[in-house]
Design a protein. Structure first.
Lengths: 368, 60
């Protein structure tokens, strides 16, 4: 037996061993419990993964973590077995996810507490979403019921919308990276808002939306975000970080755009209001003109009345001063033969002969 | 560049408010009314659109 065993130097053995592992087990998936979990320099994670009978050392970048984890949590890891020349055997972590409802919830609670302390869920961070938007990015799986529901409701309510669709996985190991990449790409486009939807599922199905990097990508989005994941009762951390949280994909459509029929009714009312305001103004102007005409008429009539009164007064005065009236009263008019009015006895004597006018005729008079 | 529905709606609301101003004379009111009718026509075009415009971005 010993004679047929291959012989190596230490370095050679490590190299051959790793080559064998690369062929036999390039990646492994292992379920176990975390122990001695530690983060170093905010960059590296060291932990043991154990069960009742064994324990194995794990090492990796913090980027593979879905969020805060702690000893005792049950997780599933994807890792590459590796024998380090100096540090010995370990599993190089490629992905880590909590498993089991209890652990998933615990991990979510830990992450929620951490991000809440950082202010990622603060109401003051929420931005308004254009209402309605002209163009949006929709990040979802086009095979999901959430996509169908959203498109159907938006199509009914507001077809005047351009949609850029980013078809991604919304569950599974690759979902977080795809969601993040889609968010980054959408943020470089000229859409006005980003919508992320997926339908209902188990806690495990929705875990991508509780991934720390996904939640941070949502919080850091340049564009306002609307997220509707799962059912009414499900509230993912990505939804808490979004500008608008929708309870379902259908609700996301309802919050995003108005109902066209209702908007048409409102538009009709506003249009009629504009028309009525103009009519009111025209009628007001007409009334003002009518009133002004009336005032002018009254003014003119007032002036005419005043002139009439004056004229009547002058007529009466003239009549009163009419010499013929004086003659009727018994007065006479004496004129010389050449028509000059004699106003005194001396002028009458001097004239010697003159005419005296009575009301009923003229008499010639000789002065003796 | 085509204006958004929200921009047009806001402008229509502003025109309605302006027409209601008692300081605005009849000539100005007629002008505002004409502008409002043009905007209503543009808004109607938005509401008359019958299909979503969808574009798929290759991600998978």
């Amino acid at each position: 037996m010993i004679g047929s065993a291959p012989e190596f130097s230490v370095a050679e053995f490590v190299a051959v061993f790793n080559q064998t592992l690369d062929v036999a087990f390039p990646l492994v998936i292992i379920n176990g419990e975390l122990a001695n979990f530690k983060i170093s320099k905010n960059a590296w994670v060291y932990t043991d993964l154990k069960d009742d009978d064994a324990s194995v050392r794990c090492f990796g970048s913090v980027r593979v973590l879905p969020g805060p984890l702690e000893d005792g949590m049950t997780v599933q890891i994807v890792a590459r077995p590796y024998l380090h020349p100096q540090f010995g055997f370990s599993l190089q972590l490629q992905a880590v996810k909590p498993v089991g409802a209890g652990t998933i919830k615990k991990a979510k609670d830990l992450l929620a507490e951490k991000l809440k302390k950082e202010g990622l869920f603060d109401v003051s961070r929420k931005r308004e979403v254009p209402y309605p938007p002209s163009q949006i990015a929709l990040i979802t799986s086009v095979e999901s019921a959430g996509y169908s529901d959203f498109i159907k409701i938006v199509g009914q309510r507001w077809p005047a919308l351009n949609i850029l669709i980013y078809d991604v996985l919304v569950q599974g190991q690759d979902a977080p990276n795809m969601l993040i990449e889609a968010l980054e790409s959408a943020n470089q486009s000229d859409v006005e808002a980003i919508v992320i939807v997926r339908g209902g599922g188990s806690a495990d199905d929705l875990v991508a939306f509780d991934n720390e990097l996904v939640v941070r990508a949502v919080a850091l989005s340049r564009l306002p975000t609307v997220i509707g994941v799962g059912h009414e009762r499900d509230i993912s951390l990505a939804e808490l970080a979004a500008d608008v949280r929708a309870s379902t994909p259908s609700n996301a459509a309802e919050l995003l755009v108005p109902d066209r029929a209702h908007e048409r009714t409102v538009l009709n009312v506003v249009s009629k209001n504009v028309h009525r305001q103009l009519e009111d103004k025209i009628n007001f102007c007409k009334e003002q003109v009518t009133s002004d005409i009336r005032d002018i008429k009254e003014g003119i009539e007032g002036i005419l009345d005043a002139h009439r009164s004056q004229l009547m007064h002058d007529i009466r005065l003239l009549q009163a001063l009419n010499p013929k009236i004086m003659l009727r009263k018994g007065f006479v008019l004496a004129r010389s033969n050449d028509g000059v009015l004699l106003k005194s006895a001396s002028s009458a004597t001097k004239a010697r002969s003159f005419r005296v006018e009575f009301t009923d005729g003229v008499v010639s008079v000789e002065v003796q | 560049m085509k204006r958004s529905y929200k921009e047009l709606r806001t402008e229509l609301d502003n025109l309605l408010e302006a027409i209601q101003d008692p300081e605005v004379d009849i000539d100005k009111a007629l002008e505002l009314h004409e502008q409002a009718q043009k905007i209503v026509k543009e808004l109607d075009q938005y509401l008359d659109q019958s299909e979503l415009k969808i574009k798929h971005i290759n991600t998978k």
